[in-house]
Design a protein around this ligand. Sequence first.
Ligand SMILES: C[S@@+](CC[C@H](N)C(=O)[O-])C[C@H]1O[C@@H](n2cnc3c(N)ncnc32)[C@H](O)[C@@H]1O
Length: 276
Amino acid sequence: MRTEIAQIADRVLDAAQLGSGMTLVDVGSGDGLVAFRAIDRVGPSLRVFLTDVSASLLQHSESVATQRGIRDQRTFLQCSAEALRDIAEASVDVVTTRAVLAYLPDKIAVLREFRRILKPGGRVSIAEPIRRDDAFEASSLKKFVDALPTGSDDQFFRLLHRWRSTQFPDTEESISKNPMTNYSERDLVRYALDTGFTDIHMEFHIDVAPSQVTSWDVLLRTSPLPWAPPLGKLPLEQFTVEERRFFEQVFRPRVESCQLFGAERIAYLSARKPLM
Ligand SMILES: C[S@@+](CC[C@H](N)C(=O)[O-])C[C@H]1O[C@@H](n2cnc3c(N)ncnc32)[C@H](O)[C@@H]1O
């Protein structure tokens, strides 16, 4: 996963078109993945602001920067993406963000804030997961299960749905209320247009590949999503002993014979603040 995430960060930086002497703001910087790679690319002349709501992640990246001798190139700001208050208007060349907008309900407010801090001609480069199709699949499964006649022996799909519903919203209403599932790549383009960006470029990548999880024990302990409990916790702990046994009997061979597929949908958006 680390390799895949690093590739996403590199695409974000390719589209950011960083150059020496520039100022970069990485929003929702996490452990500093994008920011550290940017410094590796450009060198000591790049100034970088790392912003995040998490004090502990900022402290972590600050100590890594100190160990690497690049502390002076960086400014660490604890703030929310919609209010980058300590960054002056029209003061930075590039804003990057990866897997942050997806968590935030008001994406337009965030893009408006990016535009505020960018210099005229400055660039924004974003990569966000698109989870709507996953939620639509969970919703289709719910409709299928709800339509099963009472007492039918399609227990597997009922259990599968109970698991999936811990990962994704599965009704139209809950999908539209969840910031992770209520937008598409096209919406991101529209938000960029509506907030006054120009030269907008969207690349939407869909990669479908066999799941990297091929062990039942690993499946029980992992979660594909930060908010979802692993299968071993929920709902497996809520299944009865019989349900657990039945679910494992049907599902485990599929996992261990590599029959599971995973789809990754990532939207890459880059755009420029107009010169005038
Ligand atoms: C999936 S991580 C991505 C971290 C980093 N961008 C990366 O590429 O590794 C999401 C990050 O967004 C941060 N975050 C969550 N809500 C935020 C907000 N309102 N404003 C800024 N950052 C936020 C989290 O603390 C976390 O570091």
